[in-house]
Design a protein around this ligand. Structure first.
Ligand code: SF4
Length: 101
């Protein structure tokens, strides 16, 4: 059983990497990842994520599933929304650049 069983939602709200036993957030205090008002809590989570071997996979899962809460892949929900906007702008620019004249 993963220690990061923080979310009462069904398994679809747990990234595949959270089922791994070797990732950082399964070995510590899961609460630091789910306090949307606690900046100091997220600072602690950021330190943990910084050394996680699954960070990229975790972040992509959080972006793809549009997680609205919690600290995933080294980012807050606000950071992830910014990242999604940045990616959409980049995709739109790329589309314009590759569009036939
Ligand atoms: S990146 Fe952070 S939230 Fe994601 S699996 Fe690793 S430690 Fe957990």
């Amino acid at each position: 059983m993963p220690r990061r069983a923080h979310n009462p939602e069904p398994a679809r709200d747990i990234p595949p990497v959270a089922l791994r036993h070797d990732i950082a957030c399964n070995t510590g205090n899961a609460d630091v990842f789910h306090n949307d008002t606690g900046y100091s809590s997220y600072r602690e989570a950021a330190k943990i994520c910084a050394h996680c071997p699954a960070r990229t996979q975790c972040l992509e899962w959080a972006l793809n599933t549009q997680q609205q809460h919690g600290f995933w892949g080294g980012m807050t929900a606000v950071d992830r929304q910014d990242e999604l906007r940045k990616r959409r702008r980049q995709a739109a620019r790329n589309h314009l650049l590759t569009r036939p004249a």
